[in-house]
Design a protein around this ligand. Structure first.
Ligand SMILES: [Cu+2]
Length: 349
């Protein structure tokens, strides 16, 4: 709404300037001598909606979600196939963002492999306009070779060993990386530890949560020097039937995550940035066990808030001892006030 008003105000302002006298009739609609293109261009600078400002080559491009393909083809080998594509995402009520995505989701689909797996990765770039790529933080690989750009309407195949357990970010690494991440090309890959976590047997319920920021639509200047317009959470399906949401201000408030009193909850959390850290905090409990970056070796206990750098992940575990609503936030409340609040609704058994 606020942005809609801003665009309207800009249009009125521009109309006034261009017609020089600000007659009432001219304010109602652009004067005939104004080229429509001029107005569109100026108005676009203040807008973030897909309807009013779209990267030229992506005008009219809104590609349907393509399910990710993950197939185990051997005891220690998995094939993953993803698309790079352009898809509209609702990031706040009635605010659409023409996101650059993996598979039409932002954050992209959750990837899950086992420690020791060889990942055979195929990236199909169906964006008709620009190259994209995949940078997996979970692997050792030469970026210039294995994270290489895939041109529009082409595909690339790369193999990577996943030998480190944890909760890792993946993202598009194509220049300018900031634009590709801020426009939505990021996600989480979980590499499950071969020997599990020492607290596995205590866990009753688990979720995935991801934090990311949104800025003015495809505005590299705002990505680089501005403040995020929205800071958001999403959840992704860890098991079949779990929810998949995009990074938005409302989904995890309108429809809370749910648990029962007395349960020990595990959350796989990952911060996409692109720019901000997360001070991840669950109101009404203490984080009993924390595995920084999701590695079982990085076990910490009894923490109130964990710091996730841009790209950083963790596994956090806590108990809910009373029924009620438990907000989950980044304790940087300027960011929480921009959307980064989820609710865990705990029912009496
Ligand atoms: Cu990209």
């Amino acid at each position: 709404m606020k942005r809609g008003l801003a665009v309207g105000a800009t249009l009125l302002f521009v109309s006034g300037i261009l017609t020089a006298c600000g007659e009432e009739a001219a304010v109602q609609e652009p004067a005939p001598e104004i080229e429509a293109g001029e107005v569109t261009e100026v108005a676009a600078a203040a807008s973030s909606t897909a309807e009013t400002k779209v990267f030229g080559p992506h005008e009219g491009v809104n590609q349907p979600v393509v399910p990710v393909k993950m197939e185990r083809v051997g005891e220690h080998e998995v094939n993953i196939e993803m698309t790079a594509q352009i898809t509209d995402i609702e990031i706040a009520p009635d605010l659409m963002y023409r996101a650059w995505t993996f598979n039409g989701e932002a954050p992209g689909p959750l990837l899950i492999v086992n420690e020791g797996d060889m990942i055979n990765f195929k990236l199909i770039n169906i964006d008709p306009a620009i190259p994209h790529s995949i940078d997996l933080h979970a692997v050792h690989a030469a970026p210039s070779v294995k994270f290489a750009d895939i041109m529009p309407n082409e595909e690339g195949v790369f193999s990577y060993p996943a030998n480190d357990p944890g909760v890792f970010m993946y993202h598009c690494g194509t220049d300018p990386v900031l634009a590709h991440i801020a426009n939505g090309m990021h996600g989480t890959i979980i590499v499950k530890p071969a020997d599990g976590y020492p607290t596995d047997s205590e866990i009753d319920r688990e979720f995935v949560m991801i934090q990311n920021e949104w800025y003015d639509y495809n505005n590299l200047e705002d990505f680089a020097n501005g403040e995020p317009s929205q800071v958001v959470f999403s959840t992704k399906a860890l098991n079949e039937g779990d929810r998949n949401t995009n990074g938005d201000t409302f989904s995890l408030k309108d429809e809370p995550l749910t648990a029962n009193v007395g349960e020990k909850i595990r959350i796989y959390i990952n911060n996409m940035g692109p720019n901000e850290v997360s001070s991840f905090h669950v109101v009404g409990t203490v984080l009993d066990d924390i595995y920084i970056d999701g590695n079982p070796e990085n076990h910490m206990t009894g923490m109130q808030t964990i710091l996730l750098p841009a790209s950083g992940g963790a596994v956090v575990e806590f108990t809910v001892t009373e029924a009620g609503d438990y907000p989950i936030v980044t304790h940087q409340f300027n960011h929480a006030s921009k959307g980064a609040v989820a609710v865990l609704r705990v029912a009496a058994e």
